[in-house]
Design a protein around this ligand. Structure first.
Ligand SMILES: NC(=O)c1ccc[n+]([C@@H]2O[C@H](COP(=O)([O-])OP(=O)(O)OC[C@H]3O[C@@H](n4cnc5c(N)ncnc54)[C@H](O)[C@@H]3O)[C@@H](O)[C@H]2O)c1
Length: 258
């Protein structure tokens, strides 16, 4: 199997894109360390992976808390002895217009999406460096390159993740570690449902009207599924993608052309 025995640390590994990636990579033979804030849901995802014959453990951690991420890394090392790949999928999208945004709302998106990715990259890279090998995959978004009204901090946070990825690639390449980002378009998960509901409200539209409007902006004509992102991440964890480094890969059904 193409990911046989690769150890993959996944934040946001309970559900959505991270949860589905855990399942897909386990199906290709990887050992999964699924990390999330949501204990019940991450436990359930790991149980489902094991029931399907996969190998996985879970840990509860808030990506904003360095000590919690370090504890999750230690749990993974105790179970599997090393970490080959990191997939940072934990993220949030709290909608707010620029002028109404409180400092707390600003911090919420930025702390989880940017600082959480920064902390996890740094702590996992320290484990990878002595092995002179590793893969880091961060989750940016189409929102890093395509502005969205009432979604300012999210767009800014994802642009920061793409730039963090480029800088890290320069610093980590000498250690044989590649760092890339994915930029999903509109993918059917809880974040998308909540974001479309709130952005629709902010624009005075009901959710089905906003959904239809968004779908019309996608040249492929449909909202993507988490599995369509998970398969790309599986490829980026695979030795065949070894020369991809520093860039952000858009996976958006052609949306950037719309
Ligand atoms: N769904 C989309 O359309 C879309 C598009 C572009 C980018 N993304 C990004 O994909 C990533 C995954 O999102 P999703 O769509 O699967 O949503 P999701 O809500 O289904 O999954 C997000 C996961 O992150 C976890 N999480 C949130 N805050 C956390 C924290 N502080 N510490 C640890 N875990 C935390 C949640 O518990 C949840 O399990 C996010 O970074 C999101 O911004 C999603």
């Amino acid at each position: 199997m193409r990911l046989q025995d690769k150890v993959i640390f996944i934040t946001g590994g309970a559900k959505g894109i991270g949860g589905e990636t855990a399942k897909v990579c386990a199906g290709y033979g990887a050992k999964i360390i699924a990390v999330d804030l949501n204990e019940d849901v991450v436990k359930k995802n790991v149980e489902e992976i094991k029931a399907a014959g996969g190998d996985a453990i879970w840990a509860v951690a808030d990506v904003r808390k360095r000590d919690q991420i370090k504890a999750a890394i230690q749990k993974g090392l105790d179970a599997y002895g090393r970490i080959d790949c990191l997939f940072n999928a934990a993220g949030v999208d709290r909608i707010c217009g620029f002028l109404d945004m409180s400092d707390d709302e600003y911090d919420f998106n930025m702390d989880i999406n940017v600082k959480g990715t920064f902390i996890t990259c740094a702590e996992v890279a320290k484990i990878m460096i002595p092995n002179k090998k590793g893969r880091i995959i961060n989750t940016s978004s189409i929102a890093a390159v395509r502005e969205e009204a009432f979604n300012g901090t999210y767009c800014m946070s994802k642009a920061a993740v793409s730039m963090m990825t480029r800088v890290l690639a320069l610093e980590l390449a000498p250690y044989g570690i590649t760092t890339v980002a994915i930029q999903p378009g509109n993918i059917e998960t809880d974040i998308l449902r909540e974001s479309f509901t709130n952005r629709g409200k902010a624009e005075g539209k009901d959710v089905s009207e906003f959904y239809a409007e968004m779908e019309a902006t996608i040249p492929m004509g449909y909202i993507g599924q988490p599995s369509e992102i998970a398969e790309v991440v599986a490829f980026l964890c695979d030795d065949r993608s070894a020369y991809i480094d520093g860039n952000s890969i858009l996976i958006a059904g052609g949306k950037i052309m719309a």
